[in-house]
Design a protein. Structure first.
Length: 388
């Protein structure tokens, strides 16, 4: 790309559109195509879905998949970075239990920064990646008031197992739970440079706030119902359907559209086919929970909704998106409260956003980093006047 190449013709119609589609920078970790969805460092997500989350995190930070030596070394590195600083639990103990888990997550990340920030972009980003499983596990425990017998953080475990070990739910199959969470994490780690939370995180970091403050800002952005919290709404929607009878599901979908409510789990701003991340999760569901009532509902929905949505030519993509199946799978393995679902999204995105912040701060512009963000806003309805 030469410095002179014209990338975009801007007209006043682009103002106040949320910068939709306007190129503002480059991204080294991932890109999204309309038919194959997200690719991490060139690899289609469908080819990465069953890899160890640690290996995919390595990919995002190093732009290459690790060989087996590099993989083991990186897993050890994350273990050595994983211990939470003292004092985190005291802060969690003081938070309101009816506060949304995403607000807890944002405060938790800020707390990690206040108590254990180092001031180095890469080291802080990797420390945060390594500390997320314990932080998230503790958020569940404190917010639910399950304070007795919290297992010690076992740093010899991998990232996912450290979370499930902290959570320590009775009567669940931890190996299936670990498989669902590992797949969830890999699928959600990154999604290009311009999605709201990633953009917000990089914008905050551009003013040289810490990785922790930047990531807390990114999590606040992710918490909105139009962004990350759609996965909570999507499972609540599936719960509301309450049937897997095809005719009843179709009547429900038509009723939602008539009432001008969204059919959750379908449609996308960029994709024009079923999101491969949905395809992967459907395949996993067929393996682990084909007879789960909610899974039966989404299996039918996957056939019915695109057919009904296609009747409206305005809808650019009637197919399933990433959020259609994730809640059903999390619910199946014992993570039954949809209010927590966006925190898994946040946990995953810490890797992609962290890697993108490190790239922007230490690699872009020959290592100088991207300057502080400063888009231009044009004054409107502000004629010059003076106080009499
Ligand atoms: N249900 C009802 N209406 C829909 C729809 C759906 N699933 N998908 C699109 N539309 C409507 C949309 O609201 C818009 O209507 P207006 O012109 O009246 O504003 C019209 O169809 C054209 O929309 P589009 O160009 O096809 O898509 P957008 O880029 O505007 O919107 C979504 C994309 C994801 C916001 C939209 O498809 C939607 O609301 N889906 C349901 C909610 C959902 O599943 N969200 C999670 C998305 C997930 F992938 C994520 O990003 N986390």
């Amino acid at each position: 790309m030469s410095d002179e190449e014209s990338l975009f013709e801007l007209t006043s119609s682009h103002l106040n559109t949320g910068m939709r589609g306007i190129p503002v920078g480059t991204c080294r970790t991932s890109f999204v195509t309309p038919t194959e969805g997200v690719h991490y460092c060139g690899y289609p997500i469908s080819e990465l879905a069953s890899l160890l989350p640690e290996d995919v995190i390595y990919l995002l930070f190093n732009k290459e998949l690790p060989n087996s030596d590099q993989s083991l070394k990186f897993q050890e590195e994350l273990k050595s970075r994983g211990a939470l600083p003292d004092g985190v639990e005291q802060v969690l103990a003081s938070l309101p239990r009816d506060g949304h888990p995403m607000d807890w997550l944002s405060i938790g990340i800020h707390t990690l920064g206040m108590l254990g920030g180092e001031g180095d972009w890469k080291s802080d980003a990797l420390n945060l990646v390594a500390r997320m499983p314990r932080l998230l596990g503790l958020i569940f425990r404190y917010r639910e008031g399950r304070l007795v017998n919290i297992p010690a953080d076992d740093l010899s475990m991998g990232l996912v197992a450290r979370f499930t070990n902290t959570l320590d739910l009775a009567d669940v199959d931890k190996s299936v739970m670990d498989q669902v969470i590992a797949t969830y994490l890999v699928l959600h780690m990154d999604h290009g440079g311009g999605n709201l939370s990633t953009f917000a995180g990089k914008a905050v970091a551009s003013g040289h706030a810490t990785v922790y403050s930047s990531m807390a800002g990114a999590m606040n952005a992710l918490s909105g119902p139009l962004h990350g919290r759609a996965n909570q709404s999507c499972f609540e929607f599936v719960q509301k359907i309450g049937t897997s009878d095809p005719a009843e599901v179709e009547a429900f979908v038509r009723g939602e559209l008539e009432a001008r409510r969204p059919v959750f789990g379908f449609g996308h701003a960029v994709l024009r086919a079923e999101d491969p991340r949905a395809t992967v999760q459907f395949a996993l569901g067929e393996k682990i929970c084909p007879d789960d009532e909610y899974f039966k509902t989404i299996r039918v929905l996957r056939e019915v909704a695109p057919r009904v949505l296609s009747e409206n030519p305005k809808i650019s993509n009637p197919n399933a998106n990433v959020d259609i199946a994730s809640g059903t799978l999390l619910n199946h393995v014992g993570l039954c409260d949809p209010e927590y679902y966006t925190t898994f999204f946040g946990w995953a995105r810490v890797a992609g956003i962290g890697a993108q912040i490190v790239d922007e701060r230490t690699v872009m512009r020959g290592g100088k980093g991207t300057p502080i963000y400063r888009p231009k806003y044009i004054a409107e309805e502000q004629t010059l006047r003076h106080v009499d």
